[in-house]
Design a protein around this ligand. Structure first.
Ligand SMILES: NC(=O)c1ccc[n+]([C@@H]2O[C@H](COP(=O)([O-])OP(=O)(O)OC[C@H]3O[C@@H](n4cnc5c(N)ncnc54)[C@H](OP(=O)(O)O)[C@@H]3O)[C@@H](O)[C@H]2O)c1
Length: 252
């Protein structure tokens, strides 16, 4: 029997990148996956790609109306949730002088409000023994130019990990986070970085990664699967870094 057989997982933002890799990883290990994305077409394409163990729901993690409808949409598909991986997120970068209210609201709506209300709304579907995994980022560990808003939003999620872990221990729900370093996904292309800024970012960032490369989404997905499994049964309130050693390890 596969390790995740009979498990029902929900992943927000799984039409691409780390979320999609996590969906594949869970399905390969026997789970049924319900995932979200903002757009009908990408949700449908992803559902076809992932096969019959996956079910896509159009839901925007930055919109309160969608967050409040998510549980109702879910219960029409699954009876409960064993694993919740809150992954939906975008990147947007600007020096503090140029941060607009729109930039601030967009990131805080999706990352902070989206994470809190996704957890709040799906908790009634989670039983003793269920697992929540949040997505943070290594940017919270360093001072990275242009990332004041993104980093603050992910730091709020870092804080949720500990508070949720304290609140949900009594319900037998484990809460942990995965903190990716730079991972090769559509994330950077979809951010507001220009091609030239992106090239400059990659050139200056890559040499600081001891493993000398960006990570692959599958490498993060395997850690998420571990956190979701009983193999991590004594992990609670932790944040696991998947970052090739950046920024803790100095080379050269
Ligand atoms: N890549 C990195 O280097 C890195 C590093 C640290 C942390 N992270 C975090 O990892 C998570 C996944 O990012 P990724 O690298 O896999 O990027 P990605 O390839 O761009 O995937 C992001 C996913 O989130 C979904 N999404 C974005 N906004 C959403 C919203 N408002 N509602 C619902 N879904 C939404 C996207 O779906 P649609 O666009 O189809 O809606 C997509 O499926 C994000 O939280 C990101 O901040 C990434």
């Amino acid at each position: 029997m596969k390790k995740m057989e009979n498990k029902i997982a929900v992943i927000t933002g799984a039409t691409s990148g780390i979320g999609k890799a996590a969906a594949r990883e869970f399905i390969d290990h026997g789970a049924k996956v319900v995932f979200t994305g903002r757009y009908e077409n990408t949700v449908q394409e992803t559902q076809s790609e992932l096969g019959e163990q996956a079910f896509g729901i159009v839901s925007d993690a930055g919109k309160m109306t969608d967050l409040l409808m998510l549980r109702e949409k879910l219960v029409s598909v699954v009876p409960h949730v064993d694993i919740l991986y809150v992954n939906a997120g975008i990147g947007k970068y600007a020096p503090v002088e140029q941060v607009s209210e729109e930039h601030f609201n967009e990131l805080f709506d999706i990352i902070v409000k989206g994470t809190l209300f996704t957890v709040q709304q799906l908790l009634p579907l989670m039983r003793n023994g269920s697992v929540i995994i949040l997505n943070t980022s290594i940017v919270t560990e360093i001072g990275m130019p242009n990332s004041s808003v993104y980093s603050a939003a992910k730091a709020a999620v870092q804080s949720f990990v500990k508070t949720f872990a304290a609140e949900l221990a009594a319900k037998g729900i484990r809460v942990n986070a995965v903190s990716p370093g730079p991972i090769q996904t559509n994330y950077f292309e979809r951010s507001n970085l220009t091609a030239a800024q992106m090239e400059n970012f990659t050139r200056s960032f890559a040499p600081q990664i001891p493993l000398a490369r960006f990570g692959k989404p599958e490498e993060v997905a395997r850690v998420i699967r571990f956190l979701a499994s009983d193999d991590a049964s004594f992990m609670h309130g932790s944040e696991v870094f998947v970052d090739g050693g950046f920024p803790k390890v100095k080379v050269g």
